[in-house]
Design a protein around this ligand. Structure first.
Ligand SMILES: O=C(O)CCC(=O)C(=O)O
Length: 226
């Protein structure tokens, strides 16, 4: 549990180094979609970033992903996951702050990190909480962490993280691949695009695991598009 963000649970070393290597190899063999700045793969259903709805069904999750999906659902206490997006972030790439569409997806969203650590920022109207997501970890979002906080990754080459004796050190990013699991509850477009007014926090990024006041959540609030 990450105390500062209610509903966020974090499990380091959720998978082994061997499992991580096998997943990265499998993912590397699959075709990528490149309509975004970063490369993505969709499984189960194609998510249409423009309409924020589920487009074509792709059939059941492939075997190599279904096993992990079942383990993650069990750990997260979730209904079975049937939609997965793999995101690849090379150093300098990120994802805008957003809330995964509550219209399209169920109450639990879970992400396994592969390849590199990264700091993910959780933000609400008052605060930004940077959370260090280690490779091989699992992060599960439910309740407020899923619905009331945005999450995003700043597009930068490195993160500032706690170092020895209370210092802060800059840690270079490597290529990170994430696997995000969701349960589809509606395939239709949302009745109206959800808007949370405001702008991305302009302040320099604080160290991981600390909290600081922030601007209101940004408007990119309804899906994993940004
Ligand atoms: O890369 C991640 O861990 C998060 C991905 C995400 O937020 C999304 O696909 O909506």
């Amino acid at each position: 549990m990450v105390d500062a963000v209610r509903g966020l649970t974090y499990t380091p070393e959720f998978i082994t180094a061997e499992e991580e290597a096998a997943l990265l190899a499998r993912i590397g063999e699959q075709p990528w979609r490149s309509q975004l700045k970063r490369r993505v793969q969709h499984y189960g259903y194609v998510y249409d970033y423009a309409s924020r709805a589920l487009a074509s069904g792709l059939g059941p999750l492939p075997d190599w992903l279904a096993d992990l999906a079942a383990r993650v659902a069990s750990a997260a206490g979730s209904q079975p996951f049937d939609q997965v997006i793999v995101n690849e972030y090379t150093p300098g790439q990120g994802i805008g702050a957003h809330v995964d569409s509550p219209h399209a997806f169920g109450p639990v969203v879970a992400t396994v990190s592969l390849g590199s650590n990264v700091v993910m920022d959780f933000a609400n109207q008052r605060t930004t909480v940077p959370v260090d997501l280690a490779r091989r970890s699992l992060a599960c979002l439910s309740g407020p962490a899923r619905n009331a906080w945005t999450h995003g990754i700043a597009a930068r080459q490195s993160d500032r993280v706690p170092g020895p004796l209370g210092s802060l050190v800059r840690r270079a990013r490597g290529t990170r691949v994430s696997i995000t699991f969701r349960t589809v509850v509606s395939r239709a477009s949302p009745p109206a695009l959800q808007t949370l007014s405001g702008a991305l926090p302009a302040a320099p990024q604080p160290p991981a695991a600390s909290a600081q006041p922030a601007a209101p959540p940004p408007s990119c609030a309804a899906g994993p598009a940004c």
